[in-house]
Design a binder for this molecule. Structure first.
Ligand SMILES: C[S@@+](CC[C@H](N)C(=O)[O-])C[C@H]1O[C@@H](n2cnc3c(N)ncnc32)[C@H](O)[C@@H]1O
Length: 240
């Protein structure tokens, strides 16, 4: 008699929030405590990635398998294609055995989350996989809350910029939006500071690093950050 083919497992893209485990949603918690396999992205092979650190108290070591997916930082999209292909193969390998899998990301999975790449590769290569995304509290919402800076109200407009922007875009965005959030600010801080000075916006800023964790930093005098090595997990809110 032929053995039954296992049904394909379901893939969950799970947002685990900005750092404080109390900001993990109930749904994310339930799924993470139930799935047999959890994929956790990180920038190198050492220690734990940021997202895995957040979910430490949920994982039951002996019953669940946590698989690290290493995505080196500082590489461009073409260099990373190979890493994504390998990651998607590893995820498919488990799904095809009928195992449900969760892919954790800090904040929200669909806001510049690592999950997006895995999602897009798998959707193309294995469209039969059922995928569910569990939204998370993004670093943007969390920093606004911690710094007590409302993001937008009424008809105000808000822009979100990742660090791969040109000077011209930075200037234009700052001129056209009431609130601008700079993600990945660590790599371009001094350049952005120069433009903020030109536009007289330095005192309208708040810089937040490692929001909602024990190492959180909230800085309003952002001039003192010039020339410093800043944390990858930091962002800048500019609110007119
Ligand atoms: C690849 S994006 C991921 C965003 C994430 N998916 C989210 O919803 O917040 C990484 C950037 O998010 C910001 N970030 C993520 N977690 C943060 C935290 N706890 N505190 C401050 N900024 C954070 C930083 O700007 C960092 O460079």
């Amino acid at each position: 008699m032929k053995a039954n083919k296992p049904t394909i497992g379901r893939l969950y893209g799970v947002g685990v929030g900005p750092g404080d485990p109390e900001l993990i949603t109930l749904k994310a918690r339930r799924i993470l405590s139930q799935v047999p396999v959890i994929f956790a992205p990180q920038k190198d092979d050492r220690g734990k990635g940021y997202a895995s650190g957040i979910i430490g108290d949920i994982i039951k070591g002996s019953e669940q398998k946590v698989i690290k997916l290493v995505f080196p930082m500082g590489k461009d999209a073409t260099e990373l294609v190979d890493f994504w292909r390998k990651a998607a193969e590893s995820i498919w390998h488990h799904l095809s055995k009928g195992l449900d899998c969760a892919f954790v990301t800090e904040g929200d999975p669909f806001l510049y989350g690592t999950f997006i790449y895995a999602f897009e590769v798998l959707k193309k290569s294995h469209p039969e996989v059922s995928i569910e995304v569990i939204p998370g509290v993004s670093s943007i919402n969390a920093t606004a809350a911690r710094a007590l800076v409302p993001l937008a109200s009424g008809s105000q407009r808000i822009a979100i910029l990742p660090a791969t922007y040109e000077d011209k875009n930075i200037r234009e965005t700052l001129e056209h939006f009431d609130t601008v959030v700079f993600l990945k600010i660590h790599s371009v801080f001094d350049k952005v500071l120069d433009i903020l000075k030109e536009l007289n916006l330095v005192d309208k800023c708040v810089y937040v690093a490692r929001c909602t964790t024990e190492d959180e930093e909230i800085i309003t005098d952002i001039t003192k950050l010039r020339g410093k090595k800043l944390d990858y997990f930091s962002l800048l809110i500019v609110r007119r």
